[in-house]
Design a binder for this molecule. Structure first.
Ligand SMILES: [Zn+2]
Length: 714
């Protein structure tokens, strides 16, 4: 079993509009004929009309859907009957369906097919959406009714899922200032409004810098680069009107391979600098001042509720519970990670010296010489491995895994039967292998394009819940593979294959959900990456290797010797992967524990890294001015540690499979996996669910073993 490269898991985030519901049965009488707000029609219990999206329609649709939802909320809040679970909590779970439908389009337009016109709409809507959320979260009458139901349930508990949705709803309101007095509530709402605009500005600045710092190469500057990479670089340049040149775009999917293979050191430096300077160029698109403002506003906001800092407020309902617990985990791993970097740099320097390159390893050399060390130590050629990693075959491998673990079958939907937002998008129907029961649809948008955000992610357009009858799931995976020349196979790196499995893990988590109420579909941030990270482990199981990792020309399975090399190389470069990640996670936490009054972001980053003993040969994975996880929204703020938290669970849970008789395909462990780790989502406390699966809490030792770090003795 290969322990996967850590960095591959970090580029994903989940986009979930979990507070919204879909598919109403209540007639929405006052609804306009705006195409984007209509109920979904067509096959599979209705599907989004992605072929009808337009920038003109989206703004009025969002505004109308907000109005409809607010009217529903007002009805609940102003009900004259005494507050009950049914007329308050269930009624809330039932509301917001039109908005949820609109958000499916809004999400696609923001992430998959964005444009300057849409971004203008987004900037205009961001404060309105924030206002809208505040109007619900600060609705005094509504909160009093929720509080009444909550307090009654503390005396007479409800059935488990009903109780959990009451607890989560009450906590969410409380954490969002519902217990504040009128004056503080007003300030709270102002802060949120300002923050939402700052988040949009932050994200748009990064996008600007990604689109506007392109390095164009001449024919004589292509040394070391692979054929496929050169071809796509030529195509991008042509598309941008620079025929005969080769474009290195300012995104990870372009930067990473370029730095790994290019023999042009000066160009490597330039590409590196462009990439790690995003949002930090001292111009109108610079994010440093925005970050300082965000930190001040976040601290002020949680201060209104009596919290010392943002991290303390944020982590109370996470699995880690406190910033100290999260810091303890990170600092337990940090010394081993940075010590490993020293060894890696020494190995690379030796190689550079042997080659007579006469250089000292700099950050723009790390990937390049690491690749040379990889070849020397493990004789592993990433390009050779790629020949066995075809996108289509990997997709089949994921379907196979889902069949073995979840009993799912994936069948392509008839051509043209389900609307898509781009020709590249393909759709499959998911059914139960034995009963044939329909479970949902899986949308795949695999290729990079202008207007699509970088990285890989998973979303749902419709999630499962059962309180109004069973629902089928519409889930999607999105990647940024470089689209090949027509007719050529899509060959991907081992890391990208791992990420592909990772995102599919999120999709399976959506499909397998067995929860009664929509709120219970929500993710717990330091837990919800665990299921997806765990699924990565099936990429390197023998059954997947032998059936699906076959050569794109000959169809021969990947040779055992090459697999052996991959396995040996699996702990390779863990110093780099773990350190670049941890540096970002530690800065995220420390920024939010610091006093932001006069904070100088650039200085804070530099000094904190110095204090930590950050090796000078590599940067943070996401430098602060480009740390979208943390500053283009709140999803991962003081939560970036969550990937490692989840990885402790991942390593520990995968040892449960390794120890089982049937290994990774052991039916008993697989059943427990689905039953306790996937199906409950947030219907059960994560720590409790994990104990049911494993019989105990997770241990950090498994993670240290996976990365080839010494296991600490205590
Ligand atoms: Zn993920």
């Amino acid at each position: 079993m290969i322990s996967k490269s850590f960095k591959a898991t970090l580029i994903c985030s989940i986009v979930l509009f979990s507070s919204c519901k879909e598919d109403t049965k209540i007639p929405e009488k006052t609804m306009s004929d705006n195409v984007l707000i209509q109920e979904w029609t067509g096959p599979y219990n209705g599907v989004p009309a992605f072929d009808k999206i337009s920038v003109e329609a989206i703004k009025p649709a969002v505004e109308e859907a907000m109005t409809l939802n607010l009217a529903e909320i007002e009805d609940i809040a102003n009900n004259t009957a005494p507050a009950t679970f049914e007329n308050t909590i269930v009624a809330m779970e039932r509301s917001g369906k039109a908005l949820s439908r609109v958000f499916a389009y809004y999400g696609i337009m923001g992430s998959n097919v964005s444009s300057p016109e849409f971004r203008a709409v987004q900037a205009e809507l961001a404060p309105k959406l924030s206002d809208f959320r505040s109007q619900i979260s600060q609705n005094e009458k509504l909160f009093q009714r929720i509080k009444t139901v909550y307090e009654a349930s503390q005396k007479t508990p409800l059935e488990a899922q009903a109780q959990r949705v009451v607890d989560l709803t009450y906590k969410q309101f409380e954490m969002n200032g519902a217990n504040l007095d009128a004056e503080k509530k007003k300030r709270y709402a102002e802060i949120n409004k300002e923050l939402s605009s700052l988040y949009t500005d932050f994200a748009n600045n990064i996008l600007h810098d990604e689109e506007n710092y392109i390095t164009y190469l001449n024919e004589d500057q292509l040394g070391g680069l692979g054929d496929g990479f050169i071809k796509s670089a030529a195509k991008i340049a042509t598309d941008k009107g620079k025929d005969g040149k080769y474009a290195i775009t300012n995104t990870r999917s372009s930067m990473d391979p370029f730095l790994t293979y290019s023999t042009e050191r000066e160009l490597r430096k330039q590409v590196w600098k462009n990439y790690y300077s995003r949002g930090d160029n001292g111009d109108e698109f610079d994010n440093n001042k925005i970050i300082a403002k965000i930190l001040r506003l976040r601290k002020e906001r949680v201060g209104l509720m009596g919290y010392d800092n943002y991290a303390e407020w944020r982590l109370q309902d996470r699995m880690a519970k406190t910033p100290e617990n999260a810091m303890d985990l990170m600092m337990a791993v940090w010394p081993a990670a940075t010590a490993r970097v020293k060894e890696e740099v020494a190995d690379m320097q030796t190689v550079a010296n042997e080659l007579g390159d006469n250089i000292t390893i700099e950050p723009w050399d790390y990937r390049y010489y690491a690749e040379k060390v990889r070849k020397k130590k493990y004789d592993l050629d990433s390009e050779e491995v790629k020949q066995y990693l075809q996108l289509d075959k990997l997709t089949e491998a994921m379907f196979y895994t889902a069949g073995e673990l979840f009993n799912y079958k994936f069948t392509p939907v008839p051509e043209g039967s389900v609307p898509v937002f781009h020709d590249d998008v393909k759709v499959w129907e998911v059914t139960d292998k034995d009963s044939g029961k329909h479970i949902g649809l899986w949308y795949l948008d695999p290729f990079a394009r202008q207007g699509k955000r970088s990285g890989a992610w998973a979303t749902t357009y419709r999630s499962s819940d059962s309180f109004e009858g069973e629902k089928n799931v519409l889930a999607s995976n999105n990647s940024n593979f470089v689209k090949p020349a027509p007719g050529a196979a899509v060959l991907v790196s081992w890391d990208d294959a791992t990420t592909f499995f990772h995102e599919f893990g999120h999709a399976l988590h959506f499909f397998s959900a067995d929860v009664k109420y929509p709120t219970l579909n929500g993710g717990v941030r330091d837990y919800t990456e665990f299921q997806s990270q765990l699924l990565e482990r099936w990429l390197s199981t023998d059954k997947v290797i032998n059936q699906f990792l076959v050569h794109y020309k000959t169809g021969e399975p990947i040779p055992a010797s090459l697999v052996e090399k991959i396995k040996k190389a699996s702990t390779f470069n863990q110093g780099f992967g773990t350190t670049e990640y941890l540096a970002s996670a530690l800065i995220d936490m420390k920024l939010h524990l610091a006093d932001p009054t006069d904070i100088d972001i650039d200085k804070f980053e530099r000094e904190t890294l110095d204090e930590l003993g950050m090796p000078k040969e590599l940067p943070m994975r996401h430098r602060t001015p480009q740390f979208g996880h943390v500053f283009s929204g709140e999803g991962y703020a003081t939560a970036y540690y969550g990937y490692m938290w989840a990885d402790v669970l991942t390593s520990d849970a995968s040892e449960a499979f390794k120890e089982a008789e049937g290994g990774f395909y052991d039916k008993t462990v697989a059943d427990k996996l689905v039953k306790y780790l996937f199906a409950p989502r947030n219907a059960m406390d994560p720590a409790e669910a994990y104990r049911k699966f494993r019989g105990r809490d997770a241990k950090i030792e498994a993670l240290m073993r996976d990365r080839g770090f010494p296991v600490p003795m205590d």
